[in-house]
Design a protein around this ligand. Structure first.
Ligand code: GLP
Length: 241
């Protein structure tokens, strides 16, 4: 495990983007696992700037996203497909056909999950997975539970996650209560994992994930076992360590 401690969110975003930029430069046809939420927005801004400066070429890159709200149409402005188009895909030279986000409106959820897991395998697995962390320690939408779920699955969101994410919706009743998420197997099979964590409200989850017992009650704790895991976090997120 490697920890990159940054002064603030801006520096975190720069350092996180550099790790992804290095991956793209070393392997232009990389498979990137991508994340949503407020934490990676600055990373995407830096990547877009590097693309506009002529440094980064996304033409051969493929991406798979961690998760998607169940029941939201891709055109919904809080869907993760919309988020990715808005923050990254529409601003770089990526072929949209090479970007995949779980389909939150699939008619058969089981088939969608199996097809998503299979797709990740078929394209050769993820080179670098960017990931955030929920205040309750969730990764993707793998919520605290009594067991780890391996493959892509439909997850029931916890009350804490609904509370955390209600800021993006007109009211808490409109936050979807389920999501399709990559499972722990897909995340752990990524050849490298880069987590970004910012702010005081992540400090407990960061501490529990990094130094606590490895347990499904704190899904992020599984990353202690990943052979190539980097945490990029600001001082506030690291304040309990
Ligand atoms: C959502 C996403 C996670 C993300 C988490 C934290 O629940 N499914 O992938 O890590 O929120 O989000 P934020 O970065 O906005 O705190």
């Amino acid at each position: 495990m490697r920890i990159i401690k940054t002064k603030d969110y801006n520096e975190l975003s720069l350092r996180g983007a550099r790790l992804i930029a290095a991956q793209i430069l070393v392997k232009p046809h990389s498979i990137l696992g991508l994340a949503t939420g407020s934490s990676p927005i600055g990373v995407y801004e830096n990547l877009v700037a590097e693309h506009q400066a002529g440094i980064l070429d996304f033409s051969k890159i493929r991406t798979v996203n961690l998760d998607e709200y169940w029941g939201l149409d891709p055109s919904h402005d809080q869907s993760y497909r919309y988020f990715m188009d808005f923050h990254l895909f529409d601003k770089v030279n990526i072929n949209k056909e090479n970007t995949r986000v779980p389909n939150g409106k699939a008619s058969n959820p089981q088939e969608e999950c199996e097809a998503y897991s299979q797709y990740i395998q078929d394209i050769g697995g993820i080179d670098l997975q960017l990931i955030g962390i929920g205040s309750n320690g969730h990764i993707g939408f793998n919520e605290p539970a009594d067991h780890f779920t391996c493959g892509t699955h439909v997850a029931e969101l916890t009350a804490q996650t609904l509370e955390d994410n209600k800021r993006f919706f007109p009211s808490i009743d409109q936050v979807p209560t389920k999501a399709v998420t990559m499972g722990i197997r897909e995340i752990m099979q990524a050849r490298s994992v880069v987590m970004v964590a910012s702010g005081k409200n992540k400090a407990q989850a960061v501490k529990d994930s990094l130094t606590g017992k490895i347990t499904p009650a704190v899904p992020g704790s599984i990353l202690q076992l990943h052979p190539n895991f980097t945490l990029v976090a600001d001082e506030e997120a690291l304040s309990l360590l």
